[in-house]
Write a protein that binds this ligand. Structure first.
Ligand code: GAP
Length: 449
């Protein structure tokens, strides 16, 4: 499907240890695995394990609830990954979606993105570099049995174009009037020259994007609105405010379609980096699709009766990058009674499990009631159940995967019909009757009321 290129990214010294620790924890506990690992993997492609799936699903659901379902003025769609290739001609991706690629002419022959290098020598071996050539990031493939130019299609590099080409369909099939949005969550593909930093930059990833259509002249106000809205969303996911910042793009940095753009950046271990891009796209996309398709994509203004091309504000964020950020921000190590404790201080709203039920031991008298407690909680909360190993190791496991609460059923429970709730962060324990366990867990998770 694509030419195989071996690439490298400049080594980031600071905080690289944290990325390595998280990569190892993620594999050990079942968040993220290298793709097709038994065959040696595939560079910059990842699989999500049982816990990663839970975390990503909660990230997606939180975004969808905030941006689509919690509002009356945004509609959701789901488009195919393959689209008519003229879409990507109109959008500018066939011509302009390129990065400057340089080859090491010294010993190592590695390839680099020129715009990410500090000097003009190979960061790996110090060799001289070739002149830069434009490398297009689109993945290409073919539809049907004949592999020629007429059958060429692309794997979408963003979900956004699906919203533009369906603008008229959504307008005509709903009762939306300006301003309104169209959103989707889905896979995107980019043949990145220098992927890396775990799941920060990969070649297959998932985006959550919304195109907000408004009257020309109102876009700056809406741009500020969506910057603030998304900044708040990250904080609601538990990411600390001091690790987030808004960074407006300088003129020369702007993408070919943008009138203005601001990144929401996170203080990653390798430096400040883009978490979400928010752009003012003007009428660039609708105008281009109108020109190239020959179809009228105008919006009939209900007051003046005149047709206009709406302006667009676009918040665009990656599921994978958000998941990475949530994990990094939550990672903590501390010393407890002479032992090192690794704890993911995840917000309950994104934790893979909200509660874990643990019988004190595998004793048959405890396992029955503990399983019953787990079954009852599972109806309302994301509940894990674990009866293996010592209770100390099981607490450590739950701390490491970020479970906010653990409910322990012990021999006393057989008499007092109560269990101990242990909080992940404070490690405080309270005794609560079986009949009130759900209520107290909900309170502690901030779900009550
Ligand atoms: N439609 C506009 C657009 O795609 P972008 O800034 O290129 O804008 C938006 O991408 C977001 O998608 C980024 O802020 C990042 O969260 C995510 N993203 C982009 N490329 C990625 C990659 N190679 N790996 C993981 N996430 C990526």
């Amino acid at each position: 499907m694509t030419e195989e290129i071996e690439t490298g990214a400049p080594a980031a010294e600071d905080g690289q240890g944290l990325i390595e620790k998280l990569t190892s924890l993620a594999k050990r506990r079942g968040f993220v695995f290298p793709s097709s690992e038994i065959y040696g993997g595939l560079n910059a492609v990842w699989d999500y394990g049982p816990l990663g799936v839970r975390l990503r699903r909660r990230v997606r659901e939180s975004w969808w609830r905030r941006v689509v379902e919690g509002r009356s003025d945004v509609e959701g769609i789901e488009c195919s990954i393959l689209m008519n290739p003229r879409v990507w001609v109109a959008s500018g991706h066939v011509d302009a979606f390129t990065d400057p690629l340089v080859d090491c002419l010294g010993r190592c022959h590695m390839r680099w993105r020129q715009d990410q290098l500090d000097g003009d020598r190979c960061p790996n071996c110090g060799g001289a570099l070739s002149p830069a050539r434009r490398f297009n990031l689109l993945f290409r493939t073919f539809v049907g049995p004949v592999e020629d130019d007429t059958a060429r299609v692309y794997l979408r590099p963003e979900t956004a174009q699906g919203m533009f080409v369906n603008f008229k369909n959504v307008l005509q099939s709903t009762r939306q009037r300006l301003p309104f949005g169209i959103a989707q969550i889905g896979r995107s593909f980019r043949n990145e020259i220098s992927p890396g930093n775990f799941i920060f930059r990969s070649r297959e990833f998932e985006q959550m994007e919304m195109e907000w259509f408004c009257s020309p002249g109102e876009d700056e106000r809406w741009f500020d609105y969506w910057c603030q809205d998304q900044l708040q969303w990250f904080q609601d996911l538990g990411i600390r405010r001091e690790n987030l910042r808004l960074r407006p793009h300088a003129g020369e940095e702007l993408a070919h379609y943008a009138l203005g753009a601001t990144d929401i950046e996170y203080r990653f271990p390798f430096g400040w980096g883009e978490l979400e891009g928010i752009a003012r796209r003007g009428d660039y996309d609708l105008r281009r699709h109108q020109e190239v398709s020959g179809r009228d994509l105008g919006y009939p203004d209900p007051i003046t009766g005149q047709s206009l091309l709406p302006y667009v504000v676009e918040p665009a964020v990656g599921v994978d990058r958000t998941a990475l950020t949530v994990l990094l921000d939550a990672y903590d190590e501390e010393e407890v009674r002479g032992e090192r404790r690794v704890v993911l201080r995840l917000a309950p709203s994104v934790a893979p499990y909200e509660v874990a039920v643990l019988p004190l031991s595998k004793h048959a008298d405890l396992v029955g009631p503990a399983r019953q407690v787990a079954a009852e909680l599972r109806g309302a909360l994301a509940t894990d159940y674990d009866e293996t190993q010592s209770i100390g190791r099981r607490y450590r496991r739950q701390d490491e995967i970020g479970t906010p609460l653990a409910v322990t059923v012990d021999f006393e429970s057989l008499q007092d019909h109560a269990a101990t709730i242990r909080e992940r962060d404070s490690m405080e324990q309270v005794r609560v009757g079986f009949d009130r366990l759900l209520e107290v867990c909900r309170e502690k998770l901030g779900l009550a009321g």
